[in-house]
Design a protein around this ligand. Sequence first.
Ligand code: UD1
Length: 419
Amino acid sequence: MRKIVINGGRSLAGKVTVSGAKNSVVALIPAIILADGIVTLDGVPAISDVDSLIDIMETMGAKVRRTGDSLEIDPRGVKDMPMPFGKINSLRASYYFYGSLLGRYGQAIVGLPGGCDLGPRPIDLHIKAFEAMGASMTYEGSNMHLVANEKKMHGAHIFMDTVSVGATINTMFAAVKAKGRTVIENAAREPEIIDVATLLNNMGAHVRGAGTDVITIDGVEQLHGTRHQVIPDRIEAGTYIALAAAVGQGIQIDNVLYEHLESYIAKLEEMGVRMTISEDSIFVEKQDRLKAVSVKTSPYPGLATDLQQPLTPLLLMAEGSGRIIDTIYEKRVGHVAELARMGAHITTRSNYIAYTGPNKLTGAVVKATDLRGGAAMVIAGLMAEGQTEITNIEFILRGYSNIIEKLRELGADIQLMED
Ligand code: UD1
């Protein structure tokens, strides 16, 4: 078992560069199955979710070449086969193979997706959309079997009951080569949706309206290869901004698109965090006093649920009391008990987190309960006096590219150790 050991209480300074977006790339890779040519992605983050997806693609017959942060995938040899359950189960985003296999072959046999435990994470909206487009679903052991009744998917008018990133992208995958027009209403508007639509359009698809809540897709016969730059990871950027505000003496974060983080930055400004925003970077100053605020997550452009946990340690430094309400994942509270072990005044109530500050954290043995909860523990460890050991770090490595190296570069005393 590996663990991260941090000697906290040091001030960090310098520059850190944000990698390509995890939540984009985990959709972009399965999207490549739909192409009849080589697709190259640039700006691919070095995270274990990417390793898992490459493994799955290779098992299915794709030829993959990775050079630095570029990933070249030739999907022409991909075979329509049951997906290997163990690998599928290792990440949530494996549900994107439902849409891309249905779009390419009119059928998909795939195990149920895994991912972080944030409470219930249903996929009913994905299935309802596939059914509206002419697919039937049955269970075969631990696999879901989806088949297009007329061999090919057809267009449909779909109204999403809930705003869902995964269901919106999966419906786009099933629709790009379907017969006729698909309209997705109440679509998710996250930047990753636009990134995926951009790749699909550059492959020859007709997707319009990505980034708004109505997306229209006109099916085409064939898609071709292309080259695509992955957008910067707004959640990684938001994590480093919180970290910089908590323990920085002046940290510049490069490769950030401010427009993707507006609600988050507004919340930090409300706390009193001082930042200078430039075209593609944000400089976070050393902070003095911060004011406690309440935080409520909501779908984009609201404050991202994925930033709620990385923001929590910074909130604990602020003076006063506040609440955190996660309207997307009410049970996304794994970090709370771990922060309390480090001496924080923080508790969970029925559907919110309550905190009072300012808190002085003390190093402890804690665990990463999930990916973003793990990021919260790293920030807390850097803030705390003494040594913090973080276990379950595989979660963190799923989504943060070269995190140890990036933090060392900023002057952190942090190590990855084998137990
Ligand atoms: C994606 C992100 C995840 C982020 C989440 C919300 C990826 C790989 N993961 O997850 O990091 O936390 O968006 O921004 O991009 N829901 C249903 N039925 C469904 C699908 C979703 O009820 O079929 C609900 C969920 O329980 C949740 C809400 O819709 O309450 C939003 O979930 P969704 O946007 O689908 O999350 P994911 O795509 O799984």
